[in-house]
Design a protein around this ligand. Structure first.
Ligand SMILES: Nc1ncnc2c1ncn2[C@@H]1O[C@H](COP(=O)(O)OP(=O)(O)OP(=O)(O)O)[C@@H](O)[C@H]1O
Length: 239
């Protein structure tokens, strides 16, 4: 099947709007399609749409789509309220599984940091960024926002001049007091940084240092994070 046929099949009705209006598809994932369009005239905006899944029962599908969409929008709004850097939420169509949000124009943290090759560069250029990431994640967690997929691809820059990471993709997130959920967020982040930058173990200390500085009551979560890490290690050793 060609990409176009695939897109037509996956998007259904939305496909015609994409074609007619010349919208740009950024990502066509299994769950969602992300498109650059306009919300205010002349201003690029992101439309994240979760089209109908024909393999699911229609009522269940609508319920799940609506739920994920509402959770994502709620988390964006909550992040905004507590000062975590994330795209502005413009508009929501839960019954169509659509969220319109601010377009973030810069590269992802992943694409930015993978250009750094030496450990010296990590220290001088990336330590400040790691501290900002640690402090932003602490702000999320102290407000019971769990991201659910804290990878370096899910952090983008508005521009490389400011180097302030903007957190995207709260589609797997939740509002949760659970130390385990927060610890898993930290572990996923550690693994994501390690997979983007080999020999970067030292860098993650900056993340944790800023995390602890921002969130004074984080000790139980950090203890849980140590346990999650040990479990992760054992799993890797067993294969
Ligand atoms: N606000 C945004 N501004 C610019 N680009 C974005 C924005 N949101 C998403 N993107 C781009 O679209 C891609 C896919 O978005 P996102 O990660 O939210 O969806 P997904 O992974 O397909 O969905 P999900 O994990 O919820 O099923 C991102 O990797 C990023 O490149």
């Amino acid at each position: 099947m060609t990409d176009k046929q695939d897109l037509r099949k996956q998007c259904g009705q939305l496909y015609h709007e994409i074609e007619e209006k010349g919208w740009k598809v950024v990502k066509q994932g299994a769950e969602a399609i992300t498109i650059i369009t306009e919300f205010y005239p002349g201003e690029p905006c992101i439309l994240k749409s979760r089209p109908e899944k024909r393999w699911r029962h229609p009522i269940l599908d609508q319920k799940l789509t609506r739920k994920r969409c509402l959770i994502e929008a709620r988390l964006l709004a909550k992040c905004h309220a507590v000062g975590v850097n994330c795209p502005l939420l413009y508009f929501l169509e839960p019954n169509r599984g659509q969220i319109f949000m601010e377009y973030i124009g810069g590269p992802s943290v992943r694409d930015y940091i993978k250009e750094f090759v030496s450990e010296e560069e990590y220290e001088t250029s990336l330590a400040p960024l790691m501290k900002i990431i640690g402090s932003e994640v602490a702000k999320m967690h102290m407000n019971d926002i769990v991201h659910g997929d804290l990878t370096t691809s899910n952090m983008m820059f508005r521009s490389v001049e400011t180097l302030e990471p903007v957190f995207i993709d709260f589609g797997l997130g939740s509002v949760s007091e659970s130390e385990e959920d927060k610890a898993v967020d930290l572990y996923v982040l550690e693994r994501a940084i390690a997979s983007t930058l080999p020999d970067s173990a030292a860098l993650f200390h900056y993340v944790l240092e800023a995390y602890a500085k921002t969130w004074k009551q984080c000790k139980p979560t950090l203890r849980r994070y140590d346990e999650v890490r040990q479990r992760g290690r054992k799993r890797t050793m067993v294969g």
